[in-house]
Ligand binder design. Structure first.
Ligand code: HAM
Length: 420
C-alpha cells in the first residue's frame, strides 16, 4: 500500500524546502528588526475562539474549519489563521497590562478546508505580525512597510499593495444599511440574498461577473466614513506616501474575516492566477472585546509563504534549482578501517564549525565521489589504506580537481583556514 499526502497538502523536500525556510526568515526579518517578539501558539484552539473572533458568517468559519471533538468531549479546531490565537494569548498572559503596543510575530501552518487549486491549499504557512493596544496611524503604516520590506528583501518586484478602510463602529452601521438597501434591489440568488442580511460587505467581494456587473453603482465605504475614520485613513496614506511605498486605493477591498475595522490592505501578485493575494491584514479594533477581553485596538498582517514562493517562481527568482552547497566538505573512505577513521574525522570537522558529510554504505571510489559532487562540497577528503598507514588524507579541491596530501592531524585546521 502506498500513501499520498492528503488532498490540498504537499511536502516540502530538498532543495526547495531550503527556499521555504529562507522565505519564512526573510518575511519575518523586517518585523524582528522593528522590535516584534516571537510568539508561538497551539496549532489547535477552542472552536469558539475562531467562531467568535473570525466570525460565524465568514467562509472560513462556516465552511472551512477542521473541527473535531476530542476525547474529552471538547470542540477543537485546527487554526485557520493566527490573529485570534495571538489576541487570546495576549489576554491570557496579561501582556496588554504592560507596555503598549504589544508587538508580536509568528510563523506557522494554518488549516482551511478550501477547494484545492494552485496557490490555495488546505494546509499552508503564514508569517504574521500583530501590534496590539494602540490606535495610531503610524502603527498601521509601520506594519504595511514591514510587509513590503519583507517582499522586497526576497527580490520580488511585482507585489502590488491595495489599501482601503472599512470605517469603525460609529460609521460602519450607516454604511452597512445603505449598502443593504442597494443590494436588496438587485437580482441575486437566494444564498447571496441571505448574505446581504448577515454580511453585506462580503457581497462586494463576489467574483461572479453577473454579480459584479450589478455592483457598479454600489455605495462605497469611503463615502460614508465619519470624520475620525477619514482623518485616520488620510494619515495612514500620507505616511505610506512619505516613506515611498506605492499603493492603490481599492474601495472594494473587504477581506474575508469579520474582525476588521478601519485600515485593510492586501498584497497581490499578478503572476499567480486567481489566488493573487500573497498577504493581507488590517486593523481589528474590536476583536479583543469579541473574545471577552478589554478594548484593545490592534493591527496586523499575515503573509502567505507558499504563495510568496509561487510569486518568486513567477518572477524567475528560483531559476537556480540546484541543491547549492549542502556541505563544505565530503568524506570518501575506502575500506572498513578508513570508514571508522573518516567517521571520527567528519565529527571533528563538524565540531570545529565546518559543515561536513561523508559517503555511507559500501560504495566504491566512483560512487562515493558522485556523492561528493552531489553534496555541493568544495572539498573531498579521500582516505585509503595507504593514507591511513601514513596518517594522511588526500584533500581534493572539487572545483579545480587539484589534490594534495595533508596530515590527518592537521586537516581540520587546514580546512578551517580555507573557509575563514
Ligand atoms: P488572510 O487574508 O486570510 O488573512 O490570509 C493571509 C494570507 O495567507 C493570504 O494573503 C494568502 O497569501 C495566505 N493564504 C490564505 N489562505 C490560503 C490558502 N488556502 N492557501 C495558501 N495560502 C493561503 C489572515 O489570515 C489574517 N489573520 C491576517 C491578519 C493578521 N489580519 C490582521 N492580522
Amino acid at each position: 500500500m502506498s500513501f499520498q499526502a492528503p488532498k490540498g497538502t504537499f511536502d516540502w523536500i530538498p532543495p526547495r524546502s531550503e527556499r521555504v525556510l529562507a522565505i519564512r526568515e526573510a518575511l519575518a526579518a523586517p518585523a524582528r528588526r522593528a522590535g516584534y517578539g516571537y510568539v508561538e501558539t497551539p496549532v489547535f484552539e477552542d472552536t469558539a475562539l475562531f467562531a467568535r473572533g473570525v466570525g460565524e458568517s465568514t467562509d472560513i468559519v462556516s465552511k472551512e474549519m477542521y473541527t473535531f471533538t476530542d476525547k474529552g468531549g471538547r470542540s477543537i479546531t485546527l487554526r485557520p489563521e493566527g490573529t485570534a490565537s495571538v489576541v487570546r494569548a495576549v489576554l491570557q498572559h496579561g501582556l496588554h497590562n504592560g507596555q503598549l503596543p504589544v508587538k508580536l510575530w509568528y510563523s506557522g501552518s494554518q488549516f482551511r478546508y478550501e477547494r484545492a487549486q494552485k496557490g490555495r491549499y488546505r494546509h499552508f504557512w503564514q508569517v504574521g505580525a500583530e501590534a496590539l493596544g494602540a490606535e495610531d496611524p503610524a502603527l498601521d503604516a509601520e506594519l504595511i512597510l514591514l510587509a513590503a520590506d519583507g517582499y522586497a528583501g526576497l527580490g520580488l518586484t511585482g507585489v502590488r499593495l491595495l489599501v482601503n478602510t472599512l470605517g469603525c463602529k460609529e460609521c460602519r452601521p450607516g454604511y452597512r444599511a445603505a449598502l443593504q438597501e442597494f443590494l436588496r434591489a438587485l437580482d441575486l440568488d437566494e444564498a447571496t440574498r441571505a448574505r446581504i442580511e448577515i454580511n453585506p460587505l462580503r457581497v462586494l467581494d463576489d467574483k461572479r461577473p453577473e454579480v459584479q456587473a450589478q455592483l457598479a453603482g454600489a455605495p462605497m465605504v469611503v463615502d460614508h466614513l465619519c470624520g475620525a475614520c477619514k482623518a485616520y485613513h488620510e494619515e495612514v496614506r500620507s505616511l505610506l506616501t512619505a516613506s515611498g511605498v506605492a499603493f492603490t486605493d481599492d474601495p472594494r477591498l473587504v477581506r474575508g474575516l469579520d474582525y476588521y475595522t478601519r485600515t485593510t490592505f492586501e498584497f497581490v501578485h499578478d503572476g499567480l492566477g486567481s489566488q493573487s493575494a500573497v498577504g493581507g491584514g488590517g486593523r481589528y479594533d474590536g476583536l479583543s472585546e469579541m473574545i471577552g477581553g478589554p478594548s484593545l485596538p490592534s493591527v496586523g498582517w499575515a503573509l502567505g509563504v507558499d504563495r510568496t514562493l509561487l510569486a518568486m517562481e513567477a518572477e524567475g527568482l528560483l531559476a537556480d534549482e540546484s541543491a547549492g552547497e549542502r556541505v563544505q566538505v565530503y568524506g570518501v573512505p575506502l575500506g572498513e578501517e578508513a570508514r571508522r577513521r573518516m567517521f571520527l574525522l567528519v565529527t571533528e570537522l563538524r565540531r570545529a564549525g565546518l559543515t561536513a558529510d561523508m559517503s555511507f554504505g559500501a560504495k566504491g571510489l566512483k560512487g562515493a565521489m558522485k556523492g561528493a559532487g552531489r553534496s555541493g562540497a568544495r572539498y573531498a577528503l579521500v582516505l585509503g589504506e595507504r593514507d591511513l598507514a601514513a596518517q594522511a588524507v588526500q584533500l581534493k579541491d572539487l572545483t579545480t580537481a587539484e589534490q594534495t596530501e595533508v596530515p590527518l592531524a592537521e586537516v581540520a585546521d587546514i580546512l578551517k583556514g580555507k573557509f575563514s
